[in-house]
Design a protein around this ligand. Sequence first.
Ligand code: 5GP
Ligand code: MN
Length: 344
Amino acid sequence: MNQTVEELVAFLSTPQKIIITMHRDPDADALGSSLGWASYLSKKGHTVTVISPTDYAANLRWLPGMSKVLVYEKSGEQGKCRRKIEEATLICCLDFSALSRLKDLGKLVQDAKAPKLLIDHHLEPEHFAKWMIWDTKAAATAQLVYALIKEIEGDVPTTSIFDIPMAENLYAGIMTDTGSFKHGNVTPAVHLAIADLMLTGFDTSRVHRLIYDNSPLSRLQFLGYVLSQKLIVLPEYRTAYMVLTDAELARFNSSPGETEGIVNYGLQVENVVMSALFIERKGEIKISFRSVGDFSVRDVSSTYFNGGGHKNASGGRTELSINDTVDLFLSILPKYKEELLKVD
Ligand code: 5GP
Ligand code: MN
């Protein structure tokens, strides 16, 4: 057991009041890892509250334990969140590495007196946490939660620690962050973790279906529109991009979570190694980048778009107009041309 885990085990040997929070617009890894970790801590006798900085996509509502998650941005829940954070004796920060990823909740967490535990797999974390379980080679934060629980519990049978709801939450995180086990971040450790979690008897195919085959008809129609009308391919840069405006989102009644995953379609075009999705929502510009191979979209988003993330999946934001944001993107492509062309 390493020193961080030893210290944690000692700290958790008495009941604590624990907050678990994750990045804004949480995805299945952020929520699944948080809910899995929350179940474990509750079973150990701690009082646990999970707080999401913002609302989340409709296809994640079924995750076990979700009905108790507080959403800081909801006006009726802000007071309760504040109180819980003030009273907390430990704040767990999952699936993000910079407090700015918490939106308005960031300041509250920063000022809180409770020690913080970071569990994350993003690059270059800020040093705000007392304890860090941090591994950029981990495919998902849910994989780190799984490994941490195993390390704490030692040699006991999996089914005496993990139950079906915990396994579903952790599986949802690992499955989505690996693109259903197809990205370059899949390692033997990923499959071994899944094999072990499957001993609980949960239904992997049900989790997949509930996340991916659970869209309102309007989302599929919206996707049809985006792919047929909005997908632009620049073969000379091996780049695909899509731009969605407030008006288009309103026309298709598209809620925030419904644009999740659309950026990946750009990578399905032959020869494309970078895909970008620009979304204008209520005047705010959010960009998602995806890439394959050695081309780092993290570099693109951290250098030009106030963002970050992973080598092959990153995101950012600008305060420019949507048109100026896209112009900026197009203007930097020549700088990356050589790197884009050399990807296998
Ligand atoms: P998505 O495109 O799914 O919103 O984000 C992909 C990845 O990029 C996320 O897992 C996260 O690591 C990173 N990311 C997205 N938005 C931001 C941002 O605004 N700032 C930073 N630092 N990373 C981001
Ligand atoms: Mn993640």
